[in-house]
Design a protein around this ligand. Sequence first.
Ligand SMILES: NC(=O)c1ccc[n+]([C@@H]2O[C@H](COP(=O)([O-])OP(=O)(O)OC[C@H]3O[C@@H](n4cnc5c(N)ncnc54)[C@H](OP(=O)(O)O)[C@@H]3O)[C@@H](O)[C@H]2O)c1
Length: 313
Amino acid sequence: MKRIIAGATGFIGQHLVKRWLAAGHEIIVIGRSREKINKLFGTTVKAVTWEELAANGQPIIAGAQAIINLAGENIGAKLWSEQRKQEILLSRTQATATLAELCASLGAQSPGLLNASAIGVYGLQPAIDKQLPPAYDESTTIDFTQTPDFLAQVGRAWELAALPAKTAGVRVIWMRFGVVLAKEGGVLPQLSLPTKLFVGGPIGSGLQAFSWITLNDLCAAIDFLLDNPHISGAINLVAPGCVTQKQLAKALGRIFYRPSFIKTPAFVFKFMFGQMAEELLLSGQNVYPKRLLELGFKFQSPDIESALKKIYR
Ligand SMILES: NC(=O)c1ccc[n+]([C@@H]2O[C@H](COP(=O)([O-])OP(=O)(O)OC[C@H]3O[C@@H](n4cnc5c(N)ncnc54)[C@H](OP(=O)(O)O)[C@@H]3O)[C@@H](O)[C@H]2O)c1
């Protein structure tokens, strides 16, 4: 089947493209640089730039099963200056709006739009002593007046940018990703490094919720959404077994046979990374994959122990 993917040269996209090529799909990759796409994927995919899509988009997307949009500046790559925050926001809203308007122009003939979002859209949750805060699921009403944090604002604007497609009757899925875990990319290599160096342990209070999903389960869940055309709307792509950051540190310690009690105080991260540390490391949210489970998706790694074993052993 013909599948279109934007932002495919990143961590998640590369894995999806390999998986789909192995399954025999025809793939069109949308990105900022034809050279970058060709260098990564050779002639196995068709490369299309955003400019080409803007100039002649309808025939490119016509007949595809779906468009998967992962495009956006990496949120953890650089410190969050005001300019950087604008880049993070606009790279997502502009790419999404371009695709949503193109889909809307085809109306009922358009492929579905599966757009990345993130669990940050629910807003940060205050940690509760010794236990996880109550879980958010897709039925949770998000009160944006109460979630002034940057990632919630990005999530909201990102999701709103896909609305023109939905309004035009196109199937739209907002894929709210948790932290994606894999050995070869994302944040897990950085999170596990202190443990490997015998200095692992809780970050700050360690009570912050950490909602995660393995890269393999994420890709399988995206395929599940692609293969079930009746599904639309917001879907949480997280494993059922959310943990506290302290539980994550302990699980990493067990995997590498290393200690996991060396605390790094919050002020160290705040001093080094400012608001970025507050939102990415020192806070979190407990998110539950209610819809995926109800729809019958089976996680290969539902809990953090089994996930880390699958990843590292
Ligand atoms: N990884 C996670 O744990 C996680 C968690 C929650 C949400 N997400 C979201 O899921 C999506 C994919 O994640 P990822 O980890 O694969 O991200 P990634 O490795 O940073 O890749 C994102 C891709 O987006 C494109 N991109 C970057 N800057 C852009 C810009 N200014 N304008 C347009 N496109 C741009 C790039 O593709 P080209 O250079 O080919 O254009 C890049 O390869 C992201 O939107 C991310 O926010 C990821």
